[in-house]
Design a protein around this ligand. Structure first.
Ligand SMILES: Cc1ncc(COP(=O)(O)O)c(C=O)c1O
Length: 402
């Protein structure tokens, strides 16, 4: 039975988060933006913050801004993300480099902490950068890579993971939410399994942070890395964050020793003596403008509450799923995401033989999803800015084009 647009309008009218859309820069209200899981929209507060850092801090206060305003940013924003979005304690999260570099540091440090073991495990379909980093580290260290395969759109299961891990495994690298299928892994159970064989787990939180409830402390996670430009709305190239369980911090050392990670950095003395806390994960001067842009979006999400955001996210993907069943499946599309909302993040991917040809028509019609080769159309639903009518109208357009 076809869902009437009035259903989506009613969901918008009853949406407790609907007002938050007004806090974003939205020049074209008719644009159906289904790519907030790749580049989140710009919060007005972030635009204002960057202007302030540019004009007051850099323009006015100049280099005095380092001690007075900027030096503390990596820790302050890290703690905000950690305590409000990750279930971490103060002092367990720091802002850093790109996600790619942060993954390199994290996986390298974890491998060092299990140096007697020769195997590293990663999902065969993990995000490319995660795979490449593991391949580079395995080559440098002559390690065996054991690939764990997904069970279709359901992602890696505990059974599959159990099949490949044993006491020879040093580190397991997993994505909490799969970038293509949106499969949401059972972080607690998998972390237990990883620990049962004495290995360390490194989690990529890029597609879950800010939209899926995360409790790294409760789940016993060792190390996690995530980016801030997707659901956290931090802006293009915004810096990543790194979490290290406090109990592990003394035994994990990241490999890129720069002056920012050294104790008393302005002493500029000989030898590298790392900071006794998460500042030891810093390497060089942070990009202050990008870093400053992260804070307002994170604060907005923390205030809205991840539980409320998750509830809307599930409602958005459920609506999309019903429309897929009604409209897209009969047009030849195939669902490539889990049906069970408990095992799904905030995007939905469908495949179709004509997906690539459909993309320019969609964009011309004012609908912006993501295309994932060879034939995937990925629709991201960012609960702070995506309306239920966007889901309805976007999928109606897709149906018409297919
Ligand atoms: C799951 C995942 N990991 C890592 C990255 C790469 O991050 P970066 O380009 O910030 O290094 C992305 C980027 O989209 C991603 O989706």
């Amino acid at each position: 039975m076809t869902i009437d647009r009035a259903v989506a309008e009613k969901l918008d009218a009853e949406d407790p988060l609907a007002h938050l859309r007004d806090e974003f820069v939205i020049e074209d209200d008719a644009l159906i933006y289904l790519d907030g899981n790749s580049l989140g929209r710009l919060p007005e507060a972030s635009r204002d913050r960057v202007r302030q850092v540019l004009e007051d801090d850099w323009g006015g206060h100049l280099i005095r801004s380092w001690p007075d305003r900027w030096l503390e940013l990596p820790q302050r924003i890290g703690d905000l993300i950690g305590t409000r979005l990750l279930g971490a304690a103060i002092g367990e999260v720091i802002m850093g480099d790109s996600t790619t570099v942060a993954l390199y540091k994290a996986i390298s440090a974890a491998l060092d902490a299990r140096a007697e073991r020769r195997v590293v495990v990663i999902e065969a379909d993990n995000f490319p950068t995660d795979r490449y980093i593991v391949e580079s580290l395995a080559q440098q260290r002559d390690l065996e890579i054991r690939w764990v395969t997904e069970s279709g759109s359901e992602g890696v299961t505990l059974e599959r993971l159990d099949e490949v891990i044993d006491p020879s495994v040093a580190v397991v690298v997993l994505s909490h939410v799969d970038y293509r299928s949106a499969a949401l892994l059972d972080m607690a159970a998998m972390t237990r399994a990883i620990h049962d064989v004495g290995a360390l787990g490194v989690w990529d939180l890029c597609h879950s942070v800010g939209v899926v409830p995360i409790d790294l402390s409760r789940d016993g996670v060792d190390v996690a890395v995530g980016c801030t430009y997707k659901y956290l709305n931090g802006g293009p190239g915004a810096p990543s964050f790194t979490y290290v369980d406090r109990a592990l911090q003394p035994s994990l050392q990241q490999p890129i020793w720069g002056w920012w990670g050294r104790q008393d950095m302005f002493e500029m003395g000989p030898g590298y003596d790392p900071q006794p806390d998460m500042r030891s994960w810093l390497s060089g001067t942070p990009g202050v403008l990008s870093l400053a842009a992260v804070e307002p979006g994170v604060a907005m999400i923390a205030d809205a509450g991840v539980a409320a955001i998750r509830a809307k996210s599930v409602a958005l993907t459920e609506l999309a799923l019903r429309l897929y069943d009604d409209w897209l499946a009969p047009a030849g599309a195939v669902l490539a995401s889990p049906r069970n909302p408990d095992r799904r993040g905030s995007h939905l991917t469908v495949t179709h033989p004509d997906a690539q040809h459909a993309m320019p028509h969609l964009v011309a019609a004012g609908v912006i999803p993501d295309f994932r080769r060879p034939d995937g159309i990925r629709m991201g639903f960012a609960p702070l800015t995506t309306r239920f009518v966007d889901v309805h109208d976007g999928l109606a357009e897709l149906r018409a084009i297919l």
